[in-house]
Structures are given as structure tokens and as C-alpha cells.
Design a binder for this molecule. Structure first.
Ligand code: DGL
Length: 269
């Protein structure tokens, strides 16, 4: 079934990681009007309290929705998705899609039944994630590694800096000697963007589970059934919002052009 009209969809993350999910959505639903907001004033979310993450996310989504009536919201951040989905769904009547670490497919795919969850420090300690592991991977040995440094490395890469492979390798040290760890859940949306570098540090890993495509499919399905309220406004450029002034906006602007975003603006300017 095709999506009716041209829905306005907001992608939200603390940083640029959500682009790994947006990329899949853009391929599957190319005609949507996409807005991407990254809360760089609150970045990183990894070690922030649940209350702060909820408050920040609700504020940003509310503020964007006032400017551009939204038809759907994608919380393209695992750390936020573990806590904000119920309050967001209470506040907004439009579809709200979250990201969940791909524990279930990882447990199915692993040959050795030894899998790893690579996520932020916040995500690995949430009850929600333990429940997923208990429900979908009771027959697997599951390692959990929470890292803020990896998030920062990925963010720097997208913003045009080189990847510090030594720092990356140090962060992944606990898993280096686990020869039968064959499957890793990329449980932070930043990590698909440094997958190749992670693979260099952990050559034994055969499968990297990235939920991007599944989220894009879910979004498409919800949009097919959704009431599309946003008016067709012209010009409808796909644009990015930051919550804090950037040090080097020109560099990011040219990177964002490659992702199909023509404008970079400050929210609430
Ligand atoms: N991209 C985010 C996630 O998926 C979080 C990064 C951060 O710590 O801010 O969890």
C-alpha cells in the first residue's frame, strides 16, 4: 500500500546517530517530508537521568510540532526509547516509533549462542533491556557493554573528524578475547555508523544486528494507515535542527547535504 499525501516525520536523537535509522526510512519512504532534530545541548544521553531524558525529549518534540505539525515521530535513539515512549504517546496522538536493541533476531542468528549488546551506559542498565534478554535470549550467553566514548567517537566521525581507533579498541577490550562471541546488537543508533571500525577491533564477530531497516518498515506501515494532517507546505525542504549553536556549522552542513538535508537551523531561534 502507498503512503497517502506527504507526511511530515520527525527523527529525534541526542546527536547524529539517528541518521542510521533515517537512512533506511528515506530509502523505504522517499516521499515523506523529513525533519531531523538532534539535542546537542543535551548530548550525550548515555549517562543522563531518566527524568532529564524524558523532559528534554518531550520539550523538543513539542517545540518542533508547534512549528511543523507532525504526522509521526521516530525516536531514533535507544537510550531515549527505553524511557520516553509512554509519556510521548500520552502527549501526542500521532504514531510514535522507538528503537529497540535487536536482541530477538540476534539470539536467532547466533550460531554459538553467545551474543553481545553494545549500547550506551544508560541502555545496558535499563530493566526494559533485561526483560528483552529474558524473553528472547534465555538460551544465550549475553554480554553487555555500555560506552559513552563510542558514542562520542561516532559523533565525531559524522561531523567530519577521523576515528580514534586506539580509543575504540580500548573500549572494546573486554570482548576481544571472546572467540565465540559471534553476534553483536548495535544497541545505540550511533554504532552502525562506526560498524566497520568495530569490526576491525572484533574480527571474530560475524553478525552485526542493526534495527534500522525494521524501524523504517514499521514507520512505513504506520504511515500507510495514518491520518495525514500536515498541510502540503512549500517549500518543504528536509531540514535539521540543533538545540545549541554549533562550533563549525559549515562542516556539518556539507555532510548533511549528502544525507539529503538542505538546511541546518537552530531550534527556537
Ligand atoms: N544515539 C543514542 C542511542 O541510540 C544515544 C547517544 C547518546 O548517548 O547520546 O542510544
Amino acid at each position: 500500500m502507498a503512503i497517502k499525501k506527504q507526511p511530515t516525520v520527525l527523527f529525534f536523537d541526542s546527536g547524529m546517530g539517528g541518521l542510521s535509522v533515517y537512512k533506511e526510512a528515506k530509502k523505504l519512504s522517499p516521499d515523506c517530508h523529513y525533519l531531523y532534530c538532534f539535542d546537542n545541548a543535551g548530548f550525550p544521553y548515555s549517562e543522563k537521568s531518566e527524568e532529564e531524558i524524558i523532559a528534554r525529549t518531550l520539550n523538543v518534540c513539542q517545540s518542533i510540532n508547534e512549528k511543523f505539525p507532525l504526522d509521526a515521530i521516530v525516536i531514533a535513539c535507544n537510550t531515549a526509547s527505553t524511557v520516553v515512549l509512554p509519556p510521548l504517546r500520552e502527549r501526542f496522538s500521532i504514531p510514535v516509533v522507538g528503537t529497540v536493541p535487536a536482541i530477538k533476531p540476534a539470539a536467532q542468528r547466533s550460531q554459538t549462542k553467545h551474543i553481545g549488546l553494545l549500547a550506551t551506559k544508560g541502555t545496558v542498565k535499563r530493566e526494559y533491556v533485561n526483560d528483552l534478554i529474558e524473553r528472547f535470549a534465555p538460551h544465550c550467553k549475553v554480554e553487555k557493554l555500555g560506552s559513552t566514548i563510542l558514542v562520542e567517537i561516532a559523533e565525531q566521525k559524522i561531523q567530519g573528524q577521523s576515528v580514534d581507533l586506539i580509543a575504540l579498541s580500548n573500549e572494546l577490550k573486554p570482548w576481544k578475547n571472546m572467540a565465540d562471541l559471534d553476534t553483536i546488537c548495535l544497541g545505540c543508533t550511533h554504532f552502525p555508523l562506526i560498524k566497520d571500525e568495530i569490526q576491525i577491533c572484533l574480527p571474530q564477530v560475524r553478525n552485526f544486528m542493526d534495527p534500522g531497516y525494521a524501524i523504517a518498515k514499521r514507520l512505513k506501515h504506520l504511515l500507510e494507515d495514518a491520518e495525514i494532517n500536515s498541510e502540503k507546505r512549500l517549500p518543504q525542504v528536509n531540514q535539521v535542527f540543533s538545540t545549541k549553536e554549533l562550533e563549525n556549522p559549515e562542516k556539518l552542513k556539507s555532510a548533511l547535504l549528502l544525507w539529503g538535508f538542505k538546511e541546518l537551523n537552530l531550534l527556537n531561534e
